[in-house]
Design a protein around this ligand. Structure first.
Ligand code: HEC
Length: 132
């Protein structure tokens, strides 16, 4: 009985990182990874977008290791705006529209060309939980 229990618990522990396989993350991982400050990769992904570690309530355009932020996302960051759940959902729904609203510049354009019809709230919760 005991070895079986130990095996089951080990299985559960090993399964925890599978959170990274949240199906909605597939829409993001081509370009984004989630990497803790100590280098632990919490969710594997590409590097053409900023690291999304701790994105929940993080300042806009605040990944110091990412060199390709658009001028307009930086301008939005300069307003002091943060990635609240509401801002995150608005951005994922329409990045350009979000940046135009935050910067007041009707020509603002995002460097990210992804628009989600649904699931942004779940991805936000997933990223928040992953970063804790
Ligand atoms: C094709 C590549 C690509 C995909 C796919 C993609 N992104 Fe991005 N993302 C980017 C780039 C590039 C930026 C920087 C945009 C800019 O500077 O205007 C960015 C920026 C962001 C930011 C702002 C980060 C910050 O530091 O302020 C968030 C949040 C974000 N993406 C979330 C997501 C989520 C969630 C998904 C999946 C639904 C996703 N992205 C899919 C390329 C991508």
């Amino acid at each position: 009985m005991k070895p079986f229990l130990a095996l089951t618990l080990a299985g559960l522990t090993a399964a925890t990182p599978l959170l990274a396989e949240d199906p909605r993350w597939r829409d993001c991982r081509t370009c984004h990874a989630v990497e803790a400050p100590d280098g632990t990769v919490l969710a594997r992904g590409g590097r053409s977008g900023p690291n999304l570690y701790g994105i929940s309530n993080r300042a806009l355009a605040a990944d110091s290791g990412f060199r390709f932020y658009s001028a307009d996302l930086r301008a939005a960051g300069a307003t002091g705006a943060r990635w609240s759940e509401e801002n995150f959902i608005a951005y994922l729904t329409s990045p350009d529209r979000f940046l135009r609203a935050v910067t007041g510049n009707p020509q603002a354009e995002s460097g990210m060309h992804v628009e989600l019809r649904s699931g942004a709230r779940e991805i936000y919760a997933f990223l928040r939980d992953l970063s804790q």
